[in-house]
Ligand binder design. Structure first.
Ligand code: GLN
Length: 453
């Protein structure tokens, strides 16, 4: 069939089910159909890898002339004047942008409930959250609306929703994918990555969006392997570490069991699976929330009511213009992070908080380096539980933060990590396993993920 048929069909599906799932914030119907027709005219090509493929984009990735809000009132109706680098790359590969996907406001959260616009539901159980912050991107793939989407992962926001909704979600090595045009949350942690239903598609999309970009000084100039090509399913002799600290208290038994069962499957496929230790990961949550909030407090200064987005009607002085625009434009969680970050960066507290968090970050990095001296991959749970109920953790930010325990160490170290579906809980909710690789070893991760699925 043609791309036009595929894209029309995609919008039909979205019209039929998005009223329930609420994954989308903005649809790009007119332009998508034009892109599809253009793709059909060019015909099949072996050079252009995503020709005519419908794909959805998290709403913190800027899209030229298409409303981009980061799910904040602050950016209501904001139409960017340029495309993020990942968008340019997707377009060059022939992909068709179907629309923008819901998320936690400025990617701060783990349930997609901090969005100013709507609450996305978990397609497996509409009373549960899809996870977050890339909840819309995950739900759209899990519900069958899309084959692929992009999300961003600062402390788990691709892997956790992928795990909660039973899809494949990859957070690449820091620097693998350009952040140019990604609305910054915590610049030293943020990374864009793909959601798909299977490993091969994921590899294909990552291949398309990866690579060096002069617009992002933290992007790394290293050739991009043809990730989807080396997938044989042969993992004989691969050395996999099981970090004992990731199977402790606070991690649901059913989740632990699913990961241990996966470990057994890997052994049967010929891998060597042994216990390893990541002793400083338990300090990941406090270190992450100090570093991420500090960087956010700096990054979000640009939303001043003058340059972008929401401007108050209610100001006599310049000071009031700043204060009231920000008070009206930002939601509770964003304000909480700005206050936490401003506090930990302030001169009297810098040494005790921000500097200390940086030291913990180094220790976490060193733990991983020690393990990767002897092992190819780390296998661990992604989340401490399966998807929780809508509203369940809303009034309890600490318990929401604690649920990021098993994902934030990867971001603090800058390593790549994936979530791959590994069955269901007794309640019928998806469980994911996390595979963590050494720097730029996405290929090894995909190989092991492919062998497992
Ligand atoms: N849940 C984490 C947070 O709220 C991670 C968010 C993310 O990765 N964008 O900061």
């Amino acid at each position: 069939f043609t791309s036009e048929e595929l894209v029309k069909d995609t919008f039909k599906t979205i019209n039929a089910i998005d009223g329930k799932v609420e994954a989308f914030l903005t649809l790009n119907e007119e332009e998508a159909l034009q892109q599809a027709k253009a793709a059909d005219e060019k015909g099949y090509s072996e050079i252009v890898s995503l020709q005519g493929l419908p794909i959805g984009i998290k709403d913190n990735i800027v899209t030229k002339d298409l409303t981009t809000t980061a799910a904040s009132r602050m950016l209501e109706g904001f139409n960017p004047i340029y495309d993020a680098t990942v968008m340019e790359k997707l377009k060059a590969e022939g992909a068709v942008n179907i629309g923008k996907l819901n998320m936690d406001e400025f990617a701060m959260g783990g349930s997609t409930e901090t969005s100013y616009y709507k609450k996305t539901k978990n397609p497996w159980d509409l009373t549960k959250v899809p996870g977050g912050s890339s909840g819309g991107s995950a739900a759209a793939v899990a519900s069958g609306e899309l084959l692929a989407s992009l999300g961003s992962d600062t402390g788990g926001s691709i892997r956790q929703p992928a795990s909660f909704t039973g899809v494949v979600g990859m957070k690449p090595t820091y620097g693998r994918v350009s952040r140019y045009g990604l609305i910054a949350f915590a610049s030293s942690l943020d990374q864009i990555g793909p959601f798909t239903r299977n490993v091969k598609d994921n590899a294909l999309v990552l291949e398309a969006i990866s690579g060096y970009d002069t617009h992002d000084s933290t992007s790394v100039n290293k050739p991009v392997p043809a990730y989807h090509q080396g997938l044989t399913g042969d993992i004989k002799g691969m050395k996999i570490g099981l970090p004992k600290e990731y199977f402790g208290e606070g991690v649901d038994e059913e989740v632990q069991k699913a990961v241990l069962k996966a470990a057994e499957q890997y052994r049967q496929m010929g891998a060597i699976v042994e216990e390893v230790s990541l002793p400083h990961s338990k300090f990941g949550i406090p270190a992450y929330y100090i570093i991420a909030s500090s960087e956010a407090s700096s990054n979000l200064q640009r939303f001043d009511g003058i340059r972008y987005g929401h401007r108050t009607e209610n100001a006599e002085t310049l000071e009031e213009l700043f204060v009231n625009s920000r008070s009206e434009g930002f939601g509770m969680e964003v304000k909480r992070r700005i206050m936490l970050g401003t506090f930990s960066l302030s001169s009297g507290y810098y040494d005790a908080y921000f500097k200390k968090a940086g030291q913990v970050r180094t220790l976490i990095k060193q733990d991983f380096a020690k393990v990767f001296a002897d092992y190819d991959l780390i296998l661990a749970p992604v989340t401490t539980s399966t998807a929780f109920g809508l509203g369940e953790k809303n009034d309890d930010p600490i318990s929401m933060y604690m649920s990021d325990l098993l994902t934030v160490p990867v971001n603090l170290a800058g390593l790549p990590g994936i979530s791959v579906p590994a069955g269901f809980s007794s309640e019928g909710l998806p469980i994911g396993i996390q595979l963590i690789g050494n720097y730029f070893q996405e290929q090894t991760i995909y190989q092991a993920a492919y062998a497992f699925e």
